[in-house]
Design a protein around this ligand. Structure first.
Ligand code: ATP
Ligand code: CA
Length: 929
């Protein structure tokens, strides 16, 4: 066992014991070696279902078992051919079911892997994001607020760091962490304040730690068996379909029993009727439905991934289609998050900054003339604060042209300035560097002692630096809030009291910048006296000397504007929620077309003073919320939900998690988002882009419509199958289909065509319709009617074709076989025609039937399988068929076409082809500017 415990060791001791360097971390080769020795950093998982179990599971269905039993009996009675064929069909069916479920399962697992956590690790001197499972003992891990701790760490640095450890200790109040050794040997976990435990999360501040235990060796590993991660992947729709499936089984069974009894009453042999009944039950029960739903969902999810939206919770795919409001962050989601300082203001002087991007060349112009900063004390101070109170760096990288593309002006090797860190801070680093204030020029003079990290409540950040034996506080942040902590201002080179007149000047300058869509940050400082306290931010962030303002542009994303228009047409309201200034927010909202005429904006301050009732009254007319704190987001979500909206809400910070959880669709940022927000979210945007949300909504709507399409197809087909038999038995006719034919129809129609519908293209006006209601039943918008009416028609027409053939030449010995063959062909053809009708909510004439290649292929192969059964000599006795002549084919085609075309023509004439009132166009007219 460990001689001295980890928490008792000093940092040097730690480094030595773990043979790791605290400055550069492990080397890559050392890490690889340790990984091989000690295994991956993961908690062992529960068992997975094996493919064989999955395959055998296909046979556990009750009706299938009955059918197997019946087959066995008919085998024993000498009907070998029948028995073998039925078994073969059952096995084929099982293979199909297995493939469907296997695919579904595999995609679900791939989904889970996508949301696997990453850790920021220092290796060979560079901090990189690695999969958390690659961590080894001795790795140095960098933690920020919102991170989930990836292994057990002994902290070696902690800045106002708090961790929430309830998963481990049950204590929900975050624990303050430090990096000093603790003398006591035996301590409860909650008191080990210099250890960060795997699975707990950093709620505030930042830290650095060295990995002391990984995987099952961690404290979390010890209790891993206790935590069962049973996140439901079943969607509400799947749940309802399961319920529906049970009802359908009962209905199918009851009808089957009626069919069997009626047949026996009319003098059919009981054994024949029994086998026909069982086959009918097997065919009519839509056992493939759940798997096809899962596949449609999973394939849709994969299409979303291609469009950079990662679904973490499958149920949200459905909810996406219902979204009626998107509440989006501004910075980085609606804007590019490429900040450039363009304006500087100090002691009443307004200056422009030249230069572009992160390239540190440019200068300051005051009324058109370059400013000399050497003798400009306030300006130098401003730049020093900008550079010191900053964690961002930038560098020049060589970018090679894309080798796959043509070498030209746009695709040549070139240098690019790239940024590491927060873009807001990056813009300030670049500004300072343009005027020669770089970390190099400051290095010997100023040394950072402590950092009080930025958080979205205070909206500012401070650092404590030592300078020529003294200590200096540098603070930057949202000016309106920073000013409240300032007692003085640097004005014309002198520190003077911050009077209300001077404050008014600062406010006016700030508002001028904000109105032109600039993000405004203020800078302030204070010289600490020797015995001034400096433990907490409250102690240092007061009595500050205000220095000046910087204004930076952050251009809107081009795609965002378009996406917002799409949303408006789709009946979805876009709301901007930002920590930025109200005027900046309004200006950018204007550029993006978020705010309609008569729309309002609210500030966090106004929001705080409102009661829930007042907020409810305002929430529909408000399009911009500015200077909000994370807790405001939760109120906004709740208010919108009370107004009956289905809310999608984005967030990145740790404090956004409650709002994201409360939203109907919580959305986290893939790039800037924290682990905590990602875990709370249903959807992660891997490009942080607003347009991606809209793409996901579009996919969500498409997936739902596809599910409706194949439900419609499958159920109408099954209704047709049952009714064909039902009507025949009631009418006292012979069996229109023999058991093997029933099973064959089921095999060739239910499998591939239904799956192909699941990946059908969306209808063109998908995003021109209002979101559907979350409470809507899957059968609404006339789907139930369509299923029943088409089902009845399929049954009637199949039986009609059967009957017409039957009465043609009553004396011919092959008469019945021929009629059955006609019925068989009609039933298959009717379904294969009907499948195209299912693609459109209007009629078959509405869409190009060749558009869905998979469907065309599926239908062709089903057609071939049917023709094979009719025309291949040795299959004819097995399937009890005869080749059909031209006259019969004409009958088959007409009878099979009627259900689809009759209704299609009917709906064209009846006007349902026009946009129906239950799905009207959005009120885009009233929402447009
Ligand atoms: N690194 C930082 N240091 C100091 N102040 C900052 C920093 N980043 C942002 N601020 C200030 O805090 C304000 C709010 O920032 P916050 O990150 O909460 O929201 P945002 O990024 O502007 O908007 P959004 O919520 O849309 O992402 C900014 O307007 C800015 O004035
Ligand atoms: Ca069927």
């Amino acid at each position: 066992m460990e001689q001295r415990m980890w928490h008792q060791m000093g940092t040097d001791d730690l480094a030595q014991t773990l043979s790791a360097s605290l400055e550069t971390g492990l080397s890559q080769s050392e890490a690889t070696e340790r990984l091989q020795q000690n295994g991956r950093n993961e908690l062992s998982e529960g068992e997975k279902t094996s493919p064989i179990a999955l395959f055998l599971g296909q046979f556990k269905d009750f009706m299938v078992l009955v059918l197997m039993g019946a087959t066995l009996i008919s085998g024993l009675l000498g009907e070998y051919l029948d028995a073998i064929t039925i078994v073969a069909i059952i096995v084929l069916n099982a293979i199909l079911g297995f493939v469907q479920e296997f695919r579904a399962e595999r995609s679900l697992r791939a989904l889970k892997a996508l949301s696997a956590p990453v850790a920021k690790v220092l290796r060979s001197g560079e901090v990189d994001a690695l999969p958390a499972t690659d961590l080894v003992i001795g790795d140095i891990v960098v933690l920020e607020s919102g991170d989930r701790i990836p292994a057990d760490l002994r902290l070696i640095e902690a800045n106002s760091c708090y961790c929430e450890e309830s998963a481990l200790t049950g204590e929900s109040v975050p624990v303050g962490k430090h990096c000093m050794p603790i003398t006591e040997a035996e301590l409860p976990l909650g008191d080990l304040k210099n250890i960060g435990f795997m699975g707990t999360m950093v709620t505030r501040g930042s830290a650095k730690g060295i990995v002391i235990r990984t995987g099952m060796g961690t404290e979390m590993g010890k209790i891993a068996d206790l935590i069962q991660q049973t996140e439901s992947m079943e969607t509400p729709l799947q749940h309802r379909l399961e319920q529906l499936g049970k009802i359908l089984i009962v209905v199918a069974l009851v009808l089957t029993i009626v069919v069997v009894l009626a047949g026996i009453l009319h003098g059919h042999p009981a054994y024949d009727m029994f086998l026909a009944g069982v086959s009918l039950a097997v065919a009519a029960i839509p056992e493939g439905l759940p798997a096809i739903v899962t596949i449609a969902l999973a394939l849709g999810v994969q299409r979303m991934i291609k469009r950079r939206a990662i679904v973490r919770k499958l149920p949200s795919v459905e909810t996406l289609g219902c979204a009626s409001v998107i509440c989006s962050d501004k910075t980085g989601t609606l804007t590019q998050n490429k900040m450039t300082v363009t304006n500087v203001w100090v002691s009443g002087r307004q200056m422009d900054v030249t230069g572009e991007g992160y390239e540190p060349t440019g200068t300051l112009l005051e009324s058109g003339a370059a400013v000399d900063i050497k003798n400009d004390l306030p300006l130098r101070r401003l730049l020093q604060i900008a550079a010191l109170c900053n964690n961002a760096t930038f560098a020049k990288v060589e970018v090679e042209g894309d080798p796959r593309r043509k070498k030209d002006k746009d695709n040549a090797a070139h240098v690019e300035w790239v940024l590491k860190g927060d873009p807001t801070e990056g813009a300030l680093t670049v500004l300072a560097a343009k005027l020669g204030v770089t970390s190099k020029s400051l290095d010997g003079l100023y040394a950072r002692v402590k950092e009080f990290p930025f958080d979205s409540e205070r909206k500012r950040m401070s650092v404590l630096v030592s300078h020529q034996g003294g200590r200096l506080v540098c603070t930057k942040g949202a000016p309106d809030m920073l000013m409240e902590q300032c007692s003085y201002i640097l004005w014309d080179g002198k520190v003077v009291p911050f009077t209300s007149t001077l404050k008014a000047k600062v406010v006016a300058a700030g508002e001028r910048m904000a109105q032109s869509a600039l993000r405004v940050l203020g800078m302030a400082y204070r010289d600490l006296r020797p015995n001034d306290a400096c433990e907490h931010e409250g102690e240092v962030e007061n009595g500050l000397v205000f220095v000046g303002l910087t204004g930076m542009i952050d251009p809107p994303r081009r795609e965002a504007r378009e996406a917002i228009t799409t949303c408006r047409k789709a009946g979805i309201k876009t709301v901007m929620i930002t920590g930025d200034h109200q005027l900046t927010a309004e200006a950018i909202a204007g550029q993006l077309g978020i705010m309609p005429r008569g729309g309002h904006s609210l500030s966090g301050l106004q929001l705080s003073s409102m009661s829930d009732e007042e907020l409810d009254r305002h929430v529909d007319g408000t399009y911009v919320y500015a200077r909000v704190s994370p807790e405001h987001k939760l109120r906004i979500v709740k208010a919108l939900q009370r107004r009956g909206h289905v809310v999608a809400m984005t967030g990145d910070g740790v404090n956004d998690a409650p709002a994201i959880k409360a939203a109907d669709i919580g959305i986290a940022m893939g790039i800037t988002g924290t682990d905590v927000t990602k875990e709370a979210s249903a959807l992660v945007l891997s490009d942080d882009n607003f347009a991606t949300i809209v793409a996901a909504i579009e996919e969500g709507r498409g997936i739902y419509e596809n599910i409706r399409k194949f439900i419609r197809y499958l159920l109408a087909s099954n209704v047709g199958e049952i009714l064909t038999m039902f009507f025949a038995m009631i009418a006292g006719l012979p069996l229109p289909l023999v058991p093997i034919q029933i099973l064959w129809v089921n095999l060739v129609t239910d499998g591939l065509p239904a799956m192909a519908l699941g990946v059908d293209q969306a209808e063109k006006d998908l995003m021109q319709q209002r979101p559907r209601s979350a409470k809507e039943s899957i059968f609404s918008r006339r789907l139930g009617w369509k299923i029943i009416s088409r089902g009845i028609l399929i049954g009637v027409c199949t039986l009609g074709a059967f009957w017409i053939t039957l009465i043609q030449s009553p004396d011919s010995p092959t008469n019945l076989i021929e009629a059955q063959t006609v019925a068989f062909a009609t039933l298959v053809m009717a379904q294969l025609i009907h499948v195209f009708d299912c693609r459109s909510s209007r009629s078959i004439f509405h869409r190009n039937i060749l558009q869905n290649k998979y469907l065309v292929l599926a239908v062709l192969s089903s057609l071939l399988l049917m023709l094979g059964v009719l025309y291949i000599d040795f299959l004819q006795p097995i399937f009890k068929t005869v080749p059909l002549g031209l006259r019969e084919w004409c009958l088959v085609i007409v009878a099979a076409g009627i259900p689809t075309f009759l209704m299609g023509v009917g709906s064209v004439l009846g006007g349902t082809n026009k946009k129906k009132s239950n799905w009207p166009l959005s009120r885009s007219g009233t929402m447009a500017r």
